[in-house]
Design a protein around this ligand. Structure first.
Ligand code: NSS
Length: 430
């Protein structure tokens, strides 16, 4: 018996008898012949079924619509006219599942495609994106494991806020309430005391009331935390991680990038180190080059980040944001105490912030002061404060927004296409 192989493997054989299976991607029939373009995870291929060979099955073949599932055996050969350069002359067909009329036609609105997401995921575009996403996940694991980081799973239910109360999702928890995690960070800070170098790639949740192209309510954050390092040392990891991910996708996914029509010349130059500027220097660039006056102390908005990155063809690292507007765990820079020892990495081409990180405050009094200022109940943070009571050490870390990176690498208009089933303020199904 002939074993099933993928369409790509069949095409690599060039000319042979092969068995493939998949879904009808396109179909065209006359009363003499049926052309079925078959799709599987690997590629598409045109299959030709001549009626003279399928007299008995012809009625059934005639009923095959797009997305029917079939198994086909036949002779593969090169054919310039076929969509992927090869064609299978079918000798046998086994119809596995018929399809109703497929609800997705050409040129449908983004909203309809999101309503039909469970079916739209079968498109070549979404398939290409999901393959790249898979490469990004693997690259993150390889990067940290190659550098002897331990992988740790943080809790998703948490009693604490980490990135401010405004975006917390509240969950009924037996007779009590908890929140869905915004970041593993507070737990990571406890775990470095045993493991020292740790990472995770885990779901995070934020009730973002924004309808932008870069915010999800549920997303993956790849986070790292290290003992015995300062801001500069973790920034270096962040640069190398991003370089590593991009390089991996270029190696593994050139076909997918082509399907997405991504201009890869914008990715081949992503080599570390990346340019580093301070927040104060960023304001200066915006003023001098864009005539944009931003009051010192205000966070950079999306539009301002977009204008800033125009001047760089690599990701830009912005350090030393105003201490005042930063989360409680970011320490003041002793050299410039109005600013914090923190950084954001902004992607090129206007794709926005992809990484946020910082050195961590080790002074317990300053942490308590910061938490109070954010209106937090100190009692809930006692366990976290213990990390500073028992052998506190300098440490730092960052979080990379996985969908933000996938969006940038794929060149997508909206972050929603970087995750299979997006959740935003306005979308929670399918
Ligand atoms: O808020 S962050 O900037 N930083 C933290 O949460 C730190 N606690 C991480 C750490 O130091 N361990 O978020 C980090 C990144 C940010 O740069 C984005 O790339 C991404 O997480 N992020 C998001 N992606 C998609 N949707 C939303 N809503 C979102 N929020 C953050």
């Amino acid at each position: 018996v002939l074993l099933f192989i993928s369409i790509k493997e069949a095409m690599q054989k060039g000319s042979a008898k092969v068995a493939v299976r998949g879904w009808v991607y396109r179909e065209r029939k006359s009363n003499k012949v049926a052309f079925l373009v078959l799709r599987d995870h690997s590629d598409i291929i045109q299959c030709v079924l001549k009626k003279e060979k399928f007299e008995e099955q012809w009625q059934d073949i005639d009923k095959l619509l797009i997305e029917s599932s079939v198994e086909i055996e036949g002779i593969i050969k090169k054919d310039e006219r076929a969509p992927t350069g090869y064609e299978i002359e079918a000798e046998k067909i086994n119809i596995v599942g018929y399809a109703d009329v497929f609800p997705i036609k050409k040129d449908q609105s983004a909203e309809l495609l999101l309503d039909e997401r469970h079916l739209w995921l079968r498109s070549r575009k979404m398939t290409a994106i999901m393959k790249i996403r898979s490469s990004v996940f693997a690259a993150i694991d390889d990067f940290f494991r190659n550098r002897n980081f331990y992988e740790v799973a943080p809790p998703i239910f948490t009693p604490n806020a980490c990135e401010g109360g405004a975006t917390l999702f509240e969950v009924k928890y037996f007779d009590d309430k908890v929140y869905l995690t915004q970041s593993w960070q507070l737990y990571a800070e406890a775990l470095i005391f045993s493991l020292e170098k740790i990472y995770c790639n885990s779901p995070c949740f934020r009730a973002e009331k924004s309808k932008t192209s870069r915010h999800l309510a549920e997303f993956y954050m790849a986070e790292m935390e290290m003992a015995w390092v300062d801001l500069n040392q973790v920034v270096k990891y962040a640069e190398e991680l991003v370089e590593f991910i991009v390089k991996r996708v270029l190696e593994k996914n050139s076909e997918e990038l082509k399907i997405l029509e991504r201009d890869v010349s914008k990715l081949t130059n992503i080599k570390s180190p990346f340019p580093r500027i301070t927040y104060t220097e960023a304001l200066k660039i915006l003023k001098e080059k864009e005539g944009l006056e931003i009051e010192w102390g205000k966070d950079l908005r999306t539009v301002e980040e977009e204008l800033l990155v125009k001047y760089f063809d690599k990701p830009v690292i912005v350090t030393n944001y105003p201490k005042e507007i930063m989360a409680f765990y970011k320490p003041a820079d002793p050299k410039d105490p109005k600013t914090a020892l923190c950084f954001d990495m902004l992607a090129p081409e206007g794709y926005g912030e992809i990484i946020g990180g910082s050195q961590r405050e080790t002074d317990i009094e300053k942490l308590i002061e910061g938490l109070k200022k954010e209106g937090e109940n100190i009692e809930n943070y006692e366990w976290y404060l213990d990390t500073r009571r028992f052998g506190s050490v300098p440490h730092a870390g960052f979080g990379l927004g996985v969908e933000r990176v996938v969006r940038w690498i794929c060149g997508l208009d909206n972050i929603k296409d970087a995750i299979p089933f997006p959740r935003t303020m306005l979308r929670k199904s399918p």
